[in-house]
Design a protein around this ligand. Structure first.
Ligand SMILES: Nc1ncnc2c1ncn2[C@@H]1O[C@H](COP(=O)(O)OP(=O)(O)O)[C@@H](O)[C@H]1O
Ligand SMILES: [Mg+2]
Length: 384
């Protein structure tokens, strides 16, 4: 029997929402966190990129990188339990990454040097995998502190969902690349800093420093050397986090939309989770178009039109009524095509979900989902 998402929510301690960009990860994470809080859980949602209006309605507007409790009156309004709490944090990637650096640097002086290094300031926001890494490190901290019954993690808006699991490797690769290795070798040679790079090297350095200045080159090599020192700590932590994510108290919820790209990515991610031994708990297929198509014919539509008092009062001729029925039939056909495409996508996902995973379909809403009321409205689909 497929499990119900409400049970997943009440039994697991960490729920990670993954999927490609724009499918509804942030919305799903917020909805489920609110739903858990409304059922009595002390819940934390670790969100990455909430739409401004959603952040505002959760009380996150001005807070940035700090945990903030969502107004209890809002959470408990018509809720099944009045004892839950919803806490939310909008992860500031730069700050989270600074924290990781601070934890692994060899001493407070090194932390100061790295954070003040202009090269670090430039690249820490754009280093491959840094955002994903920072999010996971933060999760790890919160899990250790043990202050919440349930932590729901939203994942960054990476172009490809798989990037998320690859983050620690990407980060190390970015730092271990040959170009960076070369710069790193420049450092730590005392007075003759640039001598080890050889004749060609020092020629290049001379020319380079004409453009960027030796100060910049020094910053660069100092940065990569210091960063190299903390990389061991990074890797160890990544491994610990990986181990944490494999535990049965964790659940990975794959969010997809019926769009072909999102389905492909969801299938690939599912493969990846299963082969990595990560606890996959289910699919949420979001933004489904017209989930229940109605079979009909021109003749049926014409009969239906003829039975409508408003249509009768128009006094249309038989031919006009047939034409109207035909136009309606054509429009309806287009809707059915869209709905059929969605049904095909859903069937593909269902086929791989397996018999015990949760499988939830959420219809496309008329509006964006940006306030607590709309989150509560989505809850009934997610927990159905
Ligand atoms: N079921 C839905 N119907 C209509 N709009 C939705 C639905 N789910 C999410 N949205 C909207 O789609 C946009 C992207 O959702 P979001 O949760 O931010 O996606 P992601 O975090 O995966 O990038 C948001 O504007 C959100 O309000
Ligand atoms: Mg998002």
């Amino acid at each position: 029997m497929p499990s119900r998402l409400v049970d997943v929510l009440l039994e697991r301690r960490i729920l990670v929402c993954v999927g490609s960009g724009g499918v509804g990860k942030t919305t799903t994470a917020a909805t489920l966190a609110l739903a858990a809080a409304r059922r009595g859980k002390k819940t934390l949602v670790l969100t990455i990129d909430p739409a401004r209006r959603l952040a505002n309605s959760l009380g996150l507007s001005s807070l940035g990188h700090a945990v903030q409790e969502v107004d209890r009156a809002l959470v408990h309004h018509h809720a099944p339990s009045k004892s839950g709490e919803l806490h939310a944090m909008m992860l500031d990637q730069k700050q989270a990454f600074d924290e990781v650096v601070a934890r692994h640097a060899k001493d407070p002086e090194a932390v100061k040097r790295i954070l003040a290094n202009p090269v670090y300031a430039q690249i820490s926001g754009s280093l491959a995998g840094a955002q994903e890494y920072a999010a996971m490190a933060k999760l790890h901290d919160f899990d250790r502190a043990g202050a919440y019954d349930l932590i729901i993690v939203d994942t960054p808006p990476t172009a490809h969902a798989l990037d998320f699991l690859d983050a620690p490797r990407k980060l190390s690769e970015a730092i271990d690349s040959p170009a960076i290795e070369w710069f790193r070798k420049l450092q730590g040679q005392g007075g003759s800093r640039w001598s080890i790079v050889g004749k060609t090297g020092s020629f290049v350095i001379k020319r380079l420093s004409k453009f960027v200045g030796t100060k910049f080159l020094d910053d660069l090599s100092v940065f990569f050397t210091e960063f190299n020192d903390i990389l061991g700590g990074f890797k160890q932590r990544a491994e610990e986090t990986f181990a944490l994510l494999r535990q049965p108290r964790v659940g990975f919820l794959l969010v997809a939309s019926p769009e072909p790209m999102a389905v492909r990515e969801a299938l690939a991610f599912h493969d990846r989770l299963v082969s990595a031994g990560m606890p996959f708990v289910g699919f949420v297929v979001n933004k489904i178009y017209n989930p229940r198509p109605v079979q009909t014919s021109v003749a049926q539509l014409e009969t239906a039109l003829a039975a409508q008092p408003q249509i009768v009062s128009l006094g249309l001729s038989g031919t006009t009524r047939t034409m109207a029925a035909q136009a309606l039939f054509n429009a309806h056909g287009e809707l059915e095509t869209l709905a059929a495409a969605d049904a095909t996508a859903i069937a593909k996902l269902r086929a791989v979900a397996g018999p015990t995973a949760a499988f939830v379909e959420v219809p496309l809403q008329r509006d964006d989902v940006h306030d607590v009321e709309r989150l509560v409205a989505l809850e009934k689909f997610l927990l159905a």
